[in-house]
Design a binder for this molecule. Structure first.
Ligand SMILES: NC(=O)C1=CN([C@@H]2O[C@H](COP(=O)(O)OP(=O)(O)OC[C@H]3O[C@@H](n4cnc5c(N)ncnc54)[C@H](O)[C@@H]3O)[C@@H](O)[C@H]2O)C=CC1
Ligand SMILES: O=C(O)C1=NCCCC1
Length: 312
């Protein structure tokens, strides 16, 4: 209790957080969250503080997992950046507490946690919802989330082809050069998603970039960007023709422009599918609308801290 907090930098968190350990813990946490038992999981919807002057927000994301005794909060600033900006669009710090005394046990970089846990949850959605024979993966966007999604999707599944599109072609080319495996670069979204089985949208867009008429029936879309009530990545056609899954219903109806503005109905939370209380409609076109949750950061932070302790 009297010990000062451990400070873990980005490179340290990177070395301590691995998908093979993270994914099973996220599955357990998502399942518990969807049981709606507030004696088990306490996670208010993210509080956001607008930073209008800088075109951004500060998000506060506390969570307490009672049984595991994990108390954590992430503080994350996110921005809508102009095309060509070299400034980061997300900066995050995670605080892990001792829940009994209230002291902070660890202060850790939150960018790697955000990148990896978001991609890992999208991979869980794909595992549950993508067509049984999925050969083509398309990633729309070429930033941090694009890379973490590429890494976990290629580590977890065996796609025959991976494609990338970015609004600036040179960024897509740079992305394709940075990946371990072969990635093809596409000039238009329409061409990039043609015939794709799985589509990941990881852009900073606030208007739709992916249109339902281009999406193969039965495809799975993991929609990760557009996390404000008036921001979109997907058009109305796609939102209405797909079965829509979310991480949190409460979060989705408060924060997702794709859901609020299209009037689409939420079919299930991922946790409900994991619990077996709602079906995985794999044969239908599915959208997983991801917004990110404090419990995802909490289980990641606990894992990082455990790994760090086992080495010190
Ligand atoms: N669902 C979740 O849990 C999380 C969602 N996010 C969101 O994921 C998205 C991607 O985040 P990062 O990869 O960290 O950002 P980044 O800044 O590293 O990459 C953003 C990508 O989107 C592209 N982009 C930006 N504006 C665009 C527009 N108007 N149209 C098309 N493309 C555009 C950029 O060129 C870049 O390729 C953001 O919207 C972010 O807010 C981020 C963290 C967690
Ligand atoms: O869950 C998160 O972390 C974030 N979600 C949406 C935008 C930035 C961070």
């Amino acid at each position: 209790m009297d010990e000062p907090p451990v400070l873990l930098r980005q490179d340290e968190v990177e070395g301590l957080l691995h998908y093979k350990d993270l994914i099973p813990r996220l599955e357990v946490a998502l399942g518990k969250f969807s049981k709606m038992d507030s004696a088990e999981v306490i996670q208010p919807v993210r509080t956001t503080v607008p930073l209008q002057k800088y075109n951004g927000f500060l998000g506060l994301m506390p969570a307490y997992l009672v049984h595991e005794d994990i108390l954590c909060t992430k503080l994350v600033c996110f921005y809508k950046r102009e095309s060509g900006s070299t400034l980061p669009s997300t900066q995050a710090t995670v605080l892990l507490f001792d829940p009994e005394y209230g002291n902070v046990k660890a202060v850790m970089d939150g960018e790697v946690i955000t990148a990896k846990r978001t991609a890992a949850v999208s991979a869980i959605s794909a595992k549950l919802l993508m067509p049984a024979k999925s050969e083509v993966l398309t990633i729309l966007g070429a930033g941090h989330q694009a890379l973490s999604h590429y890494n976990v999707f290629t580590e977890t599944f065996s796609f025959k082809e991976v494609r990338v599109w970015s609004r600036r072609k040179e960024m897509a080319e740079r992305f394709a050069q940075s990946t371990q495996g072969h990635v093809t670069v596409w000039e238009s979204v329409e061409e990039a998603v043609n015939g794709a089985d799985v589509i990941v949208t990881v852009t900073g867009a606030s208007e739709p970039v992916l249109f339902g008429q281009w999406v193969k029936p039965g495809a799975h879309v993991a929609a990760v960007g557009a996390c404000r009530p008036d921001w979109r990545e997907l058009d109305d056609v796609l939102m209405r023709q797909a079965e829509v899954y979310v991480d949190s219903r409460e979060g989705a109806i408060a924060e997702s422009g794709d859901i609020i503005l299209s009037g689409a109905k939420v079919f299930a939370e991922l946790g409900e599918v994991l619990n077996g209380t709602r079906p995985a409609l794999r044969e239908k076109t599915t959208v997983f609308k991801s917004l990110g949750m404090g419990i995802q950061d909490a289980v990641s932070a606990k894992l990082v801290f455990e790994q760090w302790k086992s080495k010190h």
